[in-house]
Ligand binder design. Structure first.
Ligand code: SF4
Length: 229
């Protein structure tokens, strides 16, 4: 049986800007601040919240460094944050989201997402193993788990966390505490942007535990000791 093994070329860290979830934006900003690394994170997908009149940002784009044209956390072909917090999309790569669709039900007041994953053919390992993968996938896509269990598991973790955040938002919506519409229906171009994770923490103070990121946040506090700074 063939198993996926990253050849650590750092190619995926140079391919394109990196899409991260709202809680990951906070984690990466904190790490970057502690390590003195300059990063630029821009809002990507957002919803408009009519009661507080804000855009709630669900995902962000971590931009590539303008000079090196690579992720700002990539140094000498190594991910500096590998042992602190590696974004879920990096952990699942080359199994990555191809299309993310957010689905709203205004009557029942819930929002959810449907995400289609695919294998990046830009990855040289995937190119090399293509025949084997095609044969494997002929039976059922779930067998991909045999080829890349860690990456597959990270993709599941990413989607569980995405759905959990949407579930918490939907709960507030049903309780009448928020009222959301897709951003494209809002026409409020000057409304402030708020990170959804930060927004939710007001209502769910134990959110780091709910999302299972409490240990990562603890680790970040200790970053200087870990790095011997
Ligand atoms: S966070 Fe690490 S693995 Fe992800 S793109 Fe940046 S350097 Fe690469």
């Amino acid at each position: 049986m063939i198993r996926f093994k990253c050849i650590l070329e750092g190619l995926c860290c140079r391919l394109s800007p990196i899409t991260i979830q709202s809680f990951e934006a906070i984690i990466l900003l904190e790490i970057a601040k502690k390590l003195g690394i300059r990063i630029s994170i821009k809002p990507s997908y957002k919803v408009y919240e009519r009661i507080n009149r804000v855009y709630l940002v669900l995902s962000y784009i971590l931009e590539l460094d303008k000079d090196s044209r690579s992720c700002p956390f990539l140094k000498n072909n190594k991910c500096l944050i590998h042992n602190i917090y590696k974004p879920l999309i990096c952990r699942s790569f080359p199994y990555a989201p191809k299309q993310v669709k957010y689905l709203y039900n205004e009557e029942l007041k819930f929002v959810t997402a449907h995400v289609e994953y695919g294998l990046s053919t830009k990855c040289p390992v995937i190119k090399r193993d293509k025949k084997y993968i095609d044969k494997l996938m002929k039976y059922t896509p779930a067998t991909l788990y045999q080829y890349m269990p860690n990456e597959y598991h990270s993709a599941i973790e990413a989607e569980n966390k995405r759905l959990l955040i949407l579930k918490l938002l939907s709960k507030l919506w049903r309780r009448g505490l928020i009222d959301i519409v897709p951003a494209e229906k809002a026409y409020k171009y000057d409304a402030p942007h708020v990170n959804t994770y930060i927004f939710l923490q007001k209502y769910y103070p134990n959110l780091p535990y709910i999302l299972g990121i409490n240990k990562v946040l603890e680790k970040i506090k200790d970053i200087r000791r870990i790095w011997g700074q």
